[in-house]
Design a binder for this molecule. Structure first.
Ligand code: HEC
Ligand code: HEC
Length: 270
């Protein structure tokens, strides 16, 4: 009898799991998740899922799976990499809170979309006129999935630092030309003499650059120090509607290599 009584006392004082804090979840969503999923869980683009009115348990399970890597990107360019990077920065309470918040939101109307966050979209990167003469071409990659070939360029400040084994400083510019590969009559990319796909039409340019203060309006969970990102059209204009949050999120885990995937190749530039 005594024993049973003792046990019931232990149970009575055992800590109860804390209820999720919807308001704290809302605040986190407003600064970070809103850049892609919208402040109310209605996402900003067709490639990003709506989270409004999803069950909290499902959202929590997905966030835990992104965090522990059981739901993981298959290729470094897969969009799942974005969520692996974001979820890695969320604690257990954050996960419960944001899940409860999104679950509390009314479901999205068909075709509804949220606006991009202006402070995250704003970029300081401008088109590097004259890059063909002044930059070093340091790398090439063929992309079978998209049938593209990309040529990577860097300015003097970036090349010098990479070669010296130093972090890339303010004033660094990394830049890539994105070409559609030339296709044979069967629609397969044609190999060039350099061992990469032969380039056909220029599709876009993509760029990352850093200057003092460029990161100041970007929330910590997305911020890449003072790096900003941009995509340019073939006629050298900023491509409208680019969500810099995606660039920032995917490059974010590379903080110990200047946020640069191709830093090794850059250090080996001729
Ligand atoms: C930079 C854009 C971006 C940001 C910021 C972002 N997400 Fe995502 N999220 C995505 C993309 C893209 C996917 C789809 C991933 C995939 O294809 O596996 C996704 C998927 C998810 C899913 C899985 C949905 C499903 O139906 O399985 C959850 C849950 C989620 N995000 C929660 C969050 C939370 C919470 C935050 C803020 C802490 C956040 N996301 C911030 C882009 C983003
Ligand atoms: C899903 C992950 C992912 C997203 C999103 C992403 N990148 Fe990258 N980025 C990579 C990977 C992986 C590389 C390595 C080479 C490659 O695949 O082009 C790279 C390379 C680069 C490079 C060459 C320098 C380097 O880091 O090696 C630039 C410039 C660049 N990305 C710009 C952008 C811009 C601009 C955006 C947003 C419009 C963006 N990236 C979004 C994964 C991503």
């Amino acid at each position: 009898m005594k024993k049973v009584l003792g046990l019931s006392i232990v149970l009575a004082v055992a800590p109860v799991a804390q209820a999720a804090d919807v308001e704290a979840g809302k605040a986190k969503v407003a600064t970070v998740c809103a850049a892609c999923h919208g402040a109310n869980g209605v996402s900003v683009s067709d490639t990003i899922p709506n989270l409004a009115a999803q069950r909290a348990g499902y959202l929590e399970a997905q966030l835990k799976a992104f965090k522990d890597g059981t739901r993981k990107q298959q290729a470094p360019t897969s969009p799942t990499a974005i969520m692996n990077a974001i979820a890695a920065q969320l604690g257990t309470e954050d996960i419960a809170n944001v899940a409860a918040y999104f679950a509390s939101q009314p479901g999205a109307a068909t075709g509804a979309k949220s606006a991009l966050l202006p402070n995250v979209v704003k970029t300081g990167v401008t088109f590097p006129e004259g890059y063909k003469e002044s930059f070093t071409k340091y790398h090439t990659i063929s992309f079978p999935a998209t049938k593209q070939v990309r040529y990577y360029y860097a300015n003097k400040a970036a090349v010098a630092a990479a070669k010296a084994g130093k972090p890339l400083p303010d004033g660094s510019v990394l830049f890539a030309e994105v070409y559609a590969a030339k296709l044979d009559t069967g629609g397969k990319p044609v190999m060039g003499g350099d061992g990469f796909y032969m380039a056909d039409k220029l599709v876009a340019y993509t760029a990352m650059a850093r200057e003092a203060g460029w990161g100041k309006d970007i929330p910590d969970m997305l911020r890449n120090a003072d790096w900003n990102y941009a995509v340019f059209t073939p006629d050298k204009q900023l491509r409208p509607g680019v969500n810099q949050a995606e660039c920032l999120a995917c490059h974010k885990p590379l903080d110990n290599v200047s946020y640069t995937f191709t830093l090794k190749q850059l250090a080996g530039a001729k």
